[in-house]
Design a protein around this ligand. Structure first.
Ligand code: ACO
Length: 363
């Protein structure tokens, strides 16, 4: 699906370098690329968009779960609600390519509706039904805020979703593939993937990035703050990556999105200026305190800025990430089912051997 070259700082998605796609195709086109192996022609794109629009509304049973999870973190609510979506499939255990594609469209269409409904319910308001005349990103922002978004904001969100649609064998994608490899179904695989995405070492970093910027407050305080954190053995969120040893190319794409948004909104620009100054300081201090570890800015640093300026709450950042990654997870599940090969790593046992159980009465 995608190739990550951590030394060259290169990300190829479905054969295209990220910069060929981001800002130039929408999430539906990128999903088609991963699900069907090629970008769609105009008719295929129109048909896919119509299908996804028709699937946006969520069943009442699922909405009950979102309401019951009103106080839970949005990513937990999404995981719980996602699990119920198999109730809405005629044959949820069918893992044929066509059944998988049906499930993929349903999940990709509904994730934004679930996240937006939970955001509204969490604020004591009623969810807003999806609007068929708006793009996927514009409709999501409409369902969250109750008004049509600025086109720059909708485009920024779509670019973000395409940027994070797939990223090699990351933890959540691997999780989805392990589950699918047992011939378990698409909804189960994706539900597990959400659990893996949630952690702060994976998709849960952007919320803490924003907390960090808030605590730092002004660029002259950045250096002291970072040194303290590192001295206390804590990690700086939004920096470092298991694969990238150079700058994450997704950070570049989102940095350009941030520039576009900052040009349009003065309020955002103040935060962006602070973030850029803090980023520079953090990189300098990391290089000094953790030499040779090649800790660079990762996607989550700029994700935090983009999602914040869309008016989204930090607690919903990781669930918003899932709204883009869902299409990638589904693509992997389709591929894994087609391969039909069980993923079952062997572990190396390092515990004791040759112990003898003397019996329950041996004292
Ligand atoms: N801040 C400070 N030190 C760090 C950071 C960081 N963000 N990341 C790694 N290090 C240090 C470690 O403390 C370790 O130092 P040591 O050699 O003195 O013990 C060294 O760098 C290597 O760390 P590892 O844990 O082995 O590196 P790994 O490749 O496993 O870590 C990870 C990758 C988990 C992303 C890490 O960089 C991190 O925790 N970053 C912060 C969280 C974050 O931004 N997550 C989002 C990742 S992007 C995504 O998943 C979509």
């Amino acid at each position: 699906m995608s190739h990550v070259d951590g030394l060259a700082g290169e990300l190829i998605i479905g054969g295209y370098e990220l910069k060929e796609l981001a800002g130039r195709v929408g999430l539906e086109e990128a999903a088609h690329l991963l699900w069907r192996g090629a970008l769609p022609g105009p008719e295929e794109l129109g048909a896919l968009r119509r299908e996804l629009v028709a699937l946006r509304a969520v069943p009442e049973e699922t909405l009950h779960v979102v309401r019951a999870a009103a106080a839970a973190p949005p990513i937990d609510a999404l995981r719980m609600a996602c699990a119920t979506l198999s109730l809405d499939l005629a044959d949820p255990d069918n893992i044929s390519p066509s059944a998988d594609l049906t499930a993929a469209k349903m999940l990709t269409a509904r994730f934004p509706t679930l996240v937006a409904a939970h955001a509204r319910i969490g604020e004591g308001r009623e969810p807003i039904p999806p609007r068929p005349d708006l793009s996927r990103a514009a409709n999501f922002l409409y369902m969250v805020h109750g008004k049509e978004p600025d086109p720059i904001a909708a485009r920024a969100l779509d670019t973000y979703w395409v940027t994070v649609i797939d990223h090699g064998m990351n933890a959540s994608t691997f999780t989805s593939r392990v589950i699918a490899s047992t011939r378990s179904d698409m909804v189960s695989a994706v539900t597990g993937a959400i659990g893996a995405l949630k952690g702060p070492l994976h998709g849960g970093a952007p919320g803490p990035v924003l907390d960090m910027l808030t605590v730092i407050g002004s660029s002259d305080r950045a250096e002291g703050w970072v040194r303290n954190e590192l001295a206390a053995g804590r990690r700086i969120m939004g920096f470092g990556h298991r694969v990238y040893k150079v700058r994450d190319p997704r950070a570049d794409v989102l940095s350009a999105v941030v520039d576009e948004m900052g040009a349009a909104h003065l309020e955002d620009r103040k935060l962006f200026d602070l973030a850029r100054a803090v980023e520079e300081t953090i990189l300098k201090v990391l290089e000094e305190v953790k030499p040779g570890r090649n800790l660079r800015t990762n996607v989550e640093f700029y994700t935090a800025l983009v999602l914040q300026s869309l008016g989204l709450k930090p607690r919903s950042f990781v669930a918003t990430f899932a709204c883009g990654r869902i299409a990638g997870w589904c693509a992997h599940v389709i591929e894994q089912h087609a391969e039909d090969h069980l993923i079952r790593p062997q572990s190396e046992y390092v515990g004791p051997r040759d112990l003898h159980f003397a019996g329950p009465d041996s004292g």
